[in-house]
Design a protein around this ligand. Structure first.
Ligand SMILES: Nc1nc2c(c(=O)[nH]1)N[C@H]1C(S)=C(S)[C@@H](COP(=O)(O)OP(=O)(O)OC[C@H]3O[C@@H](n4cnc5c(=O)[nH]c(N)nc54)[C@H](O)[C@@H]3O)O[C@H]1N2
Ligand SMILES: Nc1nc2c(c(=O)[nH]1)N[C@H]1C(S)=C(S)[C@@H](COP(=O)(O)OP(=O)(O)OC[C@H]3O[C@@H](n4cnc5c(=O)[nH]c(N)nc54)[C@H](O)[C@@H]3O)O[C@H]1N2
Ligand code: SF4
Ligand SMILES: [Mo]
Length: 718
């Protein structure tokens, strides 16, 4: 038997369409789908590696219990009974907040996990909630919440129509885009230059993306906020801001101008590493372009001033008239309105409670990952004693991961919902492995809402699910019900769900997607015979549906009181003195560490795929030749890299692609501790960068980890 399946890859944010062929029950090919209207045949090496993940002998197919003599297979019933009993026990003895919950990145690439987690977290009722966004996009979401009134109002660079793209700290050539879903990234970016437009990159590393740009400028890690103030100063001084027009749809323009005027390029040049004339050129080229858009991502979210930098990057688009217009920063109109869901389930909240030990604020119901370890290893009321992870590997992904590993090992109880026994889940008492992505349906709940065109696509399962397999949704649902009932914030619905569950049924995540599609902007809204989008309609268009280009959204997306964009939100303005103290103060001048991504890795979890890890060692410590010469380091030399929190072994890679004064290690490596259970990854060289990153270095507004710009020293070990 030979079958062909069309599917969206759910590994990264790019939503590539794939054609998967299956013969005699085996996957025989995965290639790009030329007929997918969004990705147009583009695919990267990770897409085909989905077969290796599916077939991986290390991937768990059954629940596992850790015993004195190793991992033991148990039944789902045993696993759920034990997990619910142990969690309930800790909850009864120490209170709800003693249960920690960490949700990792793949949950947002999985509609069942995305929706299920909301109901599950409420079932737990704990304030000790964490997710990967506090190592990722929280500063940007926070800026959007304050400026546009909603953390789900995230403007997307209209790459297909812009004349000028100014990138701060993103490397789409490796990452394929983030908070910017653009299938066929290379083709789409090339389109800008083919139209006579320009791409300018600001990054401490001359990354793979630099080769696609007209200009690249080195910037000192963590200094983007200062650079953006310098750019805005030039625009306000030059009179490039149409104050009357911008003033109509915003508040705080005069305040922003007054702030920016205090930061002429001469004041920020030294701290940023860009000369005043380069800063002026960046500003003037941006202002001169008919349609321009500034885009900042992980690089600017990983600094100590990440919320300010994210704010100013948004503000640059707004003040130059490039907000909510074609070719600028635009909002999507997805088939399922993630914003409405998020407002209902997450809310635009900040600072309702603070972390117990350090007093960092919650944001959207989550505390920062940077406090996880101290909340476990500091005794007292509310100390985390039981921990649930789903689709996360915080030992490799959060700052000072080694401290976390030590704390995990001392917990009363830990359960992981994960298909692998890795550096984090190895500390669990129980592991509940979900179905593989190819064994379940897929709808990109999150990334359709962040894409450069409005599109919708449903991917049915490719491979049959084993009889006793459960997807993430089903696992969360069962455990949530046993812990007091899934709660989605609608008591009637929650009550009905409980009755249905008691009767032995459950609602599937796919059914929820169908309901949301019908209720959405393109759905029939449950009017009989009206037609419109539904799961059935999407099944009939297996390559996906193009719903058109981004359109101005105006009031619908700017949800502040009064409906105006806030250009000078009070919490961000109040944080500026901290930036000024740093800018004008004595700055340490030692080496600082930044991270990087490679096309062939996906955070920490795909190094067990042989096709992705073959070839040259990609984990080297990048160091500029002038720094290497000063330290007497040669290419390939073994070194020890040390920070305040730890030390790791690394191999020197001299390269002028990195800025002098900066060194770089990729994140997601350091698999030695799990070498027995990740038998391919365990042989891959490279240290855990997050054994060096410092949990004390955070953006104080959101608690987002400052993973970039960590002070380090380097010494030769051979
Ligand atoms: N192949 C691959 N693709 C991925 C992932 C992966 O691991 N591998 N991960 C996915 C995930 S979870 C995400 S969030 C996205 C992230 O996608 P991107 O935001 O594109 O992230 P990176 O590729 O890490 O690029 C960040 C860039 O910021 C630079 N940088 C570091 N510090 C600074 C700074 O202070 N200022 C400036 N201006 N730049 C700085 C780095 O040198 C790097 O080039 O990628 C997604 N896609
Ligand atoms: N120094 C440094 N640290 C970083 C970053 C950086 O740039 N530099 N980037 C940060 C960013 S942007 C992110 S998003 C985080 C990512 O960090 P995390 O989200 O903590 O971890 P991942 O490495 O994505 O690990 C994903 C886990 O999910 C499991 N998994 C995969 N698919 C599924 C599934 O369908 N269901 C379930 N239940 N499990 C699944 C994998 O086995 C793995 O254990 O790392 C952050 N950490
Ligand atoms: S670019 Fe992203 S979505 Fe596309 S094939 Fe690669 S991992 Fe999958
Ligand atoms: Mo991420």
């Amino acid at each position: 038997m030979h079958t062909t399946h069309y599917r969206t890859c759910n590994l990264c944010e790019a939503m590539c369409g794939m054609v998967i062929t299956v013969e005699e029950g085996r996957i025989t090919g995965i290639r790009g789908d030329e007929e997918d209207p969004f990705s147009r045949g583009h695919i990267c090496p990770k897409g085909p590696a989905m077969r290796e993940v599916y077939e991986d002998p290390d991937r768990l197919r059954h629940p596992m219990r850790r015993t004195r003599v190793g991992w033991q297979r148990i039944s789902w019933e045993e696993a759920f009974t034990e997990a619910a009993a142990r969690i309930s026990e800790v909850r009864a003895k120490h209170g709800r907040d003693a249960i920690g919950l960490y949700a990792g990145n793949p949950t947002v690439h999985n509609h069942g996990a995305t929706i299920g987690l909301q109901g599950f977290a409420r079932a737990l009722g704990s304030k000790s909630r964490f997710d990967a966004n506090s190592q990722d996009a929280n500063p940007k979401l926070f800026a959007c919440m304050l400026m546009y009134g909603d953390q789900a109002s995230i403007p997307i660079p209209d790459v297909d129509r812009t004349d000028h793209l100014l990138i701060f700290g993103a490397n789409p050539a490796a990452s394929n885009g983030s908070l910017l879903t653009l299938g066929d990234v290379k083709g789409r970016l090339r389109g800008i230059r083919d139209r006579g437009g320009r791409i300018v990159l600001v990054d401490p590393r001359r990354s793979e993306t630099a080769a696609w740009c007209d200009a690249h400028h080195f910037v000192r890690p963590g200094s983007d906020a200062a650079l953006l103030l310098g750019i805005l100063q030039v625009l306000f001084t030059d009179g490039k801001i149409d104050r009357a027009t911008v003033g109509e749809s915003t508040r705080g323009l005069d305040e922003l101008a007054t702030i920016a005027l205090r930061f002429p390029p001469e004041r920020v040049a030294d701290a940023t590493g860009l000369s005043p004339s380069v800063i002026r050129t960046i500003a003037r080229d941006f202002a001169a372009a008919p349609r321009a858009v500034a885009y900042g991502r992980v690089g600017i979210c990983h600094g100590a001033f990440s919320s300010i930098a994210s704010w100013l990057c948004e503000a640059l688009n707004v003040v130059t008239g490039n907000f909510d217009r074609d070719g600028g920063a635009m909002f999507t109109r997805p088939a399922i309105d993630l914003g409405a869901l998020a407002r209902r389930l997450v809310g635009n909240r900040w600072g309702r409670w603070k972390s117990r030990v350090r007093g960092l604020p919650e944001f959207g119901g989550q505390l920062p990952g940077a406090v996880m370890a101290e909340e476990m290893d500091t005794p007292g009321d509310g100390q985390i004693r039981a921990f649930i992870t789903i689709a996360g590997n915080p030992v490799l992904s959060t700052p000072n991961g080694e401290r976390l590993a030590t704390a995990l090992a001392k917990l009363d109880f830990m359960v992981a919902i994960d298909p692998f026994i890795n550096e984090t889940t190895r500390h669990a008492h129980l592991i509940l492995p979900p179905l593989n992505a190819l064994e379940r349906g897929h709808y990109d709940l999150v990334f359709h809402a962040l894409a450069v065109r409005n599109t919708a696509k449903w991917s049915p399962p490719v491979m049959p699910a084993p009889d006793d397999g459960r997807d993430d949704w089903a696992i969360l649902y069962e455990l949530g019900m046993r812990l007091g009932g899934m709660r989605f914030g609608a008591p009637l619905l929650d009550g009905a769900a409980r009755l249905v569950w008691r009767a032995g049924w459950s609602l599937t995540a796919d059914r929820v997607i169908d309901l949301l599609l019908r209720a959405g902007a393109y759905g029939g809204r449950f009017v009989p015979f009206r037609g419109g989008l539904s799961l059935a309609a999407l099944r009939k268009t297996p390559h996906g549906i193009d719903l058109g280009p981004l359109l101005p959204a105006g009031r619908e997306k700017v949800r502040t009181q009064g409906g105006k964009v806030d250009l000078a939100p009070a919490p961000l303005v109040a944080d500026l003195p901290r930036l000024e103290r740093w800018l004008d103060g004595q700055r340490a001048n030692g080496l600082v560490l930044i991270g990087r991504r490679h096309l062939r890795s996906n955070n920490s979890w795909m190094h067990n795929c042989p096709s992705l890890v073959k070839g040259p060692d990609r984990s080297g410590l990048l160091i500029h030749p002038t720094d290497a010469d000063r330290l007497g380091l040669t290419d390939g030399q073994a070194v020890r890299v040390r920070s305040r929190v730890g030390a790791v072994a690394a191999t020197v890679r001299r390269s002028d692609e990195i800025m002098p004064g900066v060194v770089s290690l990729p994140h997601g490596y350091g698999h030695a501790a799990a070498a027995d259970t990740l038998r391919v990854a365990g042989t891959v060289a490279g240290p855990n960068i997050n054994a060096l990153t410092d949990e004390e270095l955070v953006d104080p507004l959101t608690g987002t980890a400052a993973l970039s710009g960590v002070p380090v020293t380097i010494e030769a070990t051979d």
